[in-house]
Design a protein around this ligand. Structure first.
Ligand code: PEP
Ligand code: MG
Length: 590
């Protein structure tokens, strides 16, 4: 539903998928719903229909190959890979066999048979509870229209060559192959009723740098060709008849955001290294295997925290060893040789499995959670450990345990890993003998015994989200005491510092994957405290890298020294933020 704001202005809200702002009159594309003819065949007509179908497949392959070449030349091999997926769909033997079977068994014409099979495929994909696979339904429909077009002589896609004025396209949906061929000088932006951030259409819009908003529900039936709109790809808005005041405000926003976007893009391929040469490993946190593309797009150096519990949530049965193995291999092989730190299961606290019927606890964050749960539910834990170990030969896999509170838990977990390795050897299944294992440091007791832990792991990863809650006795979910949740509390600073020092004494590296790592105000302090790796949400990678590259390590060390003797959390925060603001004022709003 659009909202009426200033006089005559209407705002439509959707999902921003490609940044930028543009203003033009709209070209509304109709929904092409051509009828697919259906008729019965006589026996002797069947071979000719199969031949027509096979001929259409060959022609479609040639056309897609052609588009792939154009896209590869104009936008690079990575974007052209999208069409590789289209070619694979075309070569899918089940799709071909099923169509031919229908033509033969039901004696229906080729286009009717193919349409029926392709629709079934697309509907199955669209119904899967997985955003990535759902979006592949759009690819299937794209390929299907092209094959049908070739059999029926339809024009494929709108012809933008006729356009004399630049415009913004409004449509129910845009196929990836139409999007890939958009001419940026004529199409300033587009907005669609359906779609999501991970659709190939959205990915292409970002590569083409065409501002785009999707998921606007029924915008294509609300607007008519020729109306004036402003499209805001930063915030996901389409504004019909923008007033002078709106245009004035957008002038400022566009300048600021484009400027920031360019600055962040300019460091995309660079390393996170301070002005005086201190190298920080900048990784990303992910929750599911499909996030891998975002890790690469963000310019991160691998994954510092893969929260595997999301593989277990939202389903009725536990994921099998094979399910997990597939997910870990997907991430590890896509990011190879960059590291992927897989965290073993951290269920409990605020993450429950309804079908496991775990007993309700008075203090779930202090209860049967993470490694404590896994060390009691050993069969479940072994399944995950075997999956991680098996995936370790497919890339640079590392593994870490959450919620380690002392040496005993760590040794028990390591013993289970050794047991699983032994089993895999017996089963003749390969794994990396030198897999690095780390302990998350997120309970104060772990910091106090860090020297002992260090003898049994290869790295530490500070989970400050929990470390803060357990040190300050502040429930991380309770809004009423949120003001007491202070990352710059002197106690937290000491604990981070002690962890880093213990790691250094034993030749280990220390990462930090709590939310602190992505807060620009705190990054100078964390650098000064000596952490080697920061792992942040994908969306925060570009600005974190930009900031690190503008800081001096020596300044951050001085800041940390000052923090050691300061009693006030707000003063430490102010000093750290001050350093960040001076280095990168554009990251702060005022
Ligand atoms: C943390 O505690 O800082 C952490 C990264 O783990 P989670 O947020 O998943 O508990
Ligand atoms: Mg934690």
């Amino acid at each position: 539903m659009p909202t009426a704001t200033r006089l005559g202005e209407k705002v439509f809200r959707g999902i921003p998928v490609s940044p930028g702002v543009c203003r033009a009159s709209v070209l509304v594309l109709g929904n092409r719903k051509e009828e697919v003819p259906a008729f019965q065949l006589r026996d002797e007509e069947i071979p000719a229909q199969i031949e027509r179908f096979e001929h259409a497949l060959v022609t479609t392959r040639q056309q897609i190959g052609q588009i792939q070449k154009q896209v590869s030349a104009a936008m690079g091999a990575k974007d052209a890979l999208i069409f590789e997926a289209h070619l694979l769909l075309l070569e899918d033997p089940t799709l071909m066999d099923e169509t031919i079977r229908l033509i033969r068994d039901q004696k229906v014409n080729a286009e009717k048979a193919f349409h029926q099979v392709a629709q079934k495929y697309a509907e199955t994909l669209a119904a899967i509870d997985d955003e990535y696979l759902r979006e592949r339904a759009a690819d299937m429909r794209d390929v299907c229209s092209r094959v049908l077009g070739n059999m029926l002589g339809w024009d494929y896609g709108p012809d933008f060559h006729q356009l004399t004025q630049p415009c913004i396209i409004i449509s129910q949906d845009l196929t990836p192959s139409t999007t890939a061929q958009l001419d940026r000088t004529k199409i300033l932006g587009f907005a669609t009723d359906v779609g999501s951030k991970t659709s190939h259409t959205a990915i292409l819009a970002r590569s083409l740098e065409i501002p785009a908003v999707v998921g606007l529900s029924d915008i294509s039936s609300q607007l008519i060709t020729g109306q004036q709109v402003l499209l805001d790809g930063f915030n996901g808005l389409v504004i019909l008849n923008p007033t002078d005041q709106t245009l004035f405000e957008y002038g400022h926003l566009v300048r600021r955001q484009l400027d920031l976007h360019q600055k962040l893009e300019s460091v995309h391929d660079a390393a996170a290294i301070t002005l005086d040469g201190r190298r920080i490993i900048l990784s990303a946190n992910i929750e599911q295997a499909q996030d891998t593309g975002s890790v690469q797009a963000a310019g991160a150096e691998g994954v510092g925290l893969f929260r595997t519990e999301f593989l277990y949530l939202n389903r009725d049965v536990l994921p099998s060893e094979e399910d997990q193995f597939q997910a870990y291999v997907q991430v590890a092989s896509a990011l190879k040789p960059q590291p992927v730190v897989i965290r073993t299961l951290d269920l409990g606290g605020d993450k429950f499995l309804s079908h496991l019927h775990l007993p309700k606890e008075m203090n779930p964050f202090l209860g049967w959670r993470a490694i404590r749960f896994c060390l009691q539910e050993r069969d479940l834990f072994r399944i995950q450990l075997r999956a991680i170990l098996r995936a370790s030969v497919y890339g640079n896999v590392k593994m870490m345990y959450p919620m380690i509170s002392g040496l005993d838990e760590l040794q028990q977990a390591n013993a289970l890993v050794a047991e699983c390795q032994e089993q895999l050897r017996r089963d003749n299944l390969p794994f990396n003998d030198h897999l690095e294992i780390g302990a998350m440091i997120e309970i104060p007791s772990a910091v106090l015994v860090a020297d002992a832990l260090a003898n049994h792991v290869q790295f530490f990863s500070l989970g400050t989200n929990d470390l803060i809650q357990y040190t300050l006795a502040v429930d991380r979910l309770n809004e009423r005491i949120a003001h007491l949740y202070e990352p710059t509390h002197p106690a937290i600073i000491k604990l981070i510092h002690q962890t880093v020092q213990a790691a250094q004494r034993h030749g280990l590296w220390t990462g930090l994957c709590g939310e602190m790592a992505g807060d620009p105000s705190l990054i100078p302090l964390l650098l000064g405290l000596g952490v080697d790796e920061l792992s942040v949400a994908c969306s925060l990678v570009p600005q974190t890298k930009y900031l690190i590259r503008r800081l001096r390590f020596s300044d951050t060390q001085e800041l940390a020294q000052a923090a050691f003797t300061c009693e006030s959390p707000s003063e430490i925060l102010a000093r750290s933020e001050n350093l960040a603001r001076k280095a990168a004022p554009c990251l702060f709003k005022d």
